[in-house]
Write a protein that binds this ligand. Structure first.
Ligand SMILES: Cc1cc2nc3c(=O)[nH]c(=O)nc-3n(C[C@H](O)[C@H](O)[C@H](O)COP(=O)(O)OP(=O)(O)OC[C@H]3O[C@@H](n4cnc5c(N)ncnc54)[C@H](O)[C@@H]3O)c2cc1C
Length: 396
């Protein structure tokens, strides 16, 4: 058995890395265990809203993010049937003193890599790959983790454990926590493609509304690589999903003349689920391990990043003796409230707008975006959504 650690974080995704960096910067030794041999590189989230940019700045990694990311101010709402395009300048809904008046685009694996670079420089911080957590027991003073490592089964003992091991979280399952909510009946297909969307007037972020061929089209960063995400029948076998990609592209792409190159594709099931408690004794959960939502509004990682900041704040305050352990329950209740009252409803509304079947409602959605363009002062203020996603500040 290794000596007792202060904090072990399970899962080196962006949320685990950011929580680890927050703790390490406050002087807490932290060990991050990752099942994979390296940072997971599969194509996933790639757009960071001002709330995330703010956290990156607070943690001292924003300069690195700005060096590789694409700054974006524009978003378009497109109605596939009529060809209508409403181009929205997102700064019109921001207050004049917004310190981060842009979104940043780059892959989440790059974010994890940036944070790791900063983390491993700090005293007491380490990242261990090929360490799969398979067992968990806790008593009044510490938590014991059973871990499958290259040398065989090993154990880690830590005063506190944080589960950031993603939607299929082993830590959540070992705690016996239910993942309450529902799974959407349709399957999503995320494809990365080279195609000149910019030449056809696409913004770096676009919603294509259609009852069948809805899509989210987003540029993945500075290079001309785009993510096209669309819906597919959940009953189809995976090879059939792959075979049908050209059919969907024919419907979604503005022209097939130039051809396109699919670089990666990944079908996945989409859920709206949350645990009843983000804390069980000495174990805390954050990010996808605690809550998941459909990706249409980019809310998943956005709220996970706020979890990471909040968790680092409260756990560090408790460990430094500046707060009672009950503060951890405040973290749990508040982040759960934000999921149920903000994150999941907002994501669900984005999904509805994309695939709205009622033409009257679809027109009302387009009218709302048109109104923002015609009268920016009347636009719903993004600052208020940001404040809602951030939730109540942790009282530390
Ligand atoms: C195909 C796809 C597309 C997506 N697109 C978007 C999008 O466009 N916008 C958006 O906002 N969100 C999107 N998401 C969701 C987004 O990727 C997640 O919200 C985000 O990854 C959550 O980060 P996380 O750090 O909580 O978990 P993860 O990134 O899932 O990281 C969890 C880590 O834990 C590790 N792990 C798992 N089990 C163990 C174990 N037992 N022991 C040790 N380590 C373990 C994993 O290997 C992984 O590295 C997408 C998801 C998928 C699958």
């Amino acid at each position: 058995m290794n000596p007792v650690e202060e904090v072990v974080i399970v899962g080196a995704g962006p949320v685990g890395f950011l929580a680890a960096l927050g703790l390490a910067r406050s002087g807490i030794p932290v060990t991050l265990l990752e099942a994979g041999a390296a940072i997971m590189e599969s194509p996933r989230a790639s757009i960071y809203f001002p709330t995330t940019v703010k956290v990156l700045d607070q943690l001292g990694v924003l300069d690195d993010a700005l060096e590789i990311g694409l700054k974006n101010l524009f978003f378009s709402f497109r109605v596939l049937e009529t060809g209508e395009v409403v181009m929205v300048d997102t700064t019109t809904s921001m207050p004049p003193d917004e310190p981060y008046p842009y979104n940043l685009h780059f892959g989440q694996h790059l974010l994890a890599a940036i944070v790791m670079k900063h983390l491993v420089r700090l005293p007491g911080a380490r990242v261990l790959f090929n360490q799969k957590v398979v067992g968990l027991q806790q008593d009044a003073s510490a938590v014991t983790l059973d871990v499958d490592a290259p040398e065989g089964r090993v154990q880690f003992r830590a005063r506190w454990v944080v589960g950031t091991d993603g939607a299929g979280s082993t830590v959540r399952q070992l705690l016996g926590l239910p993942f309450e909510g529902h799974t959407w009946p349709d399957r999503f297909v995320a494809t990365n493609v080279r195609y000149p969307f910019g030449d056809y007037g696409f913004a770096p972020a676009n919603m294509v509304a259609d009852p069948v061929n809805w899509a989210v089209v987003a540029r993945l960063g500075r290079e001309n690589l785009w993510r096209v995400t669309y819906g597919e029948d959940a009953t189809l076998p995976e090879d059939e999903v792959q075979r049908r990609i050209p059919d969907h592209y024919r419907a979604i792409l503005p022209s097939m003349d130039e051809g396109y190159e699919v670089i990666a594709s990944s079908p996945y099931r989409v859920h709206e689920r949350c645990v009843p408690d983000f804390r069980i004794g000495r174990v805390l959960l954050a990010g996808d391990a605690a809550h998941v939502c459909n990706p249409c509004g980019g809310m998943g990682l956005t709220s996970g990043v706020i979890d990471a900041r909040a968790l680092a704040q409260v756990l560090s305050a408790v460990m430094h003796g500046r707060a009672e352990e009950s503060l951890l329950d405040f973290y749990s209740a508040e982040r759960r409230r934000v999921y149920h009252e903000v994150t999941s409803p907002v994501a669900t509304e984005f999904k509805r707008r994309l695939s709205e079947k009622d033409p009257v409602q679809r027109e009302a959605d387009a009218r709302m975006f048109r109104a923002i363009v015609e009268n920016p002062k009347a636009a719903p203020q993004s600052a208020s959504l940001s404040a809602q996603i951030e939730g109540r500040p942790m009282p530390v």
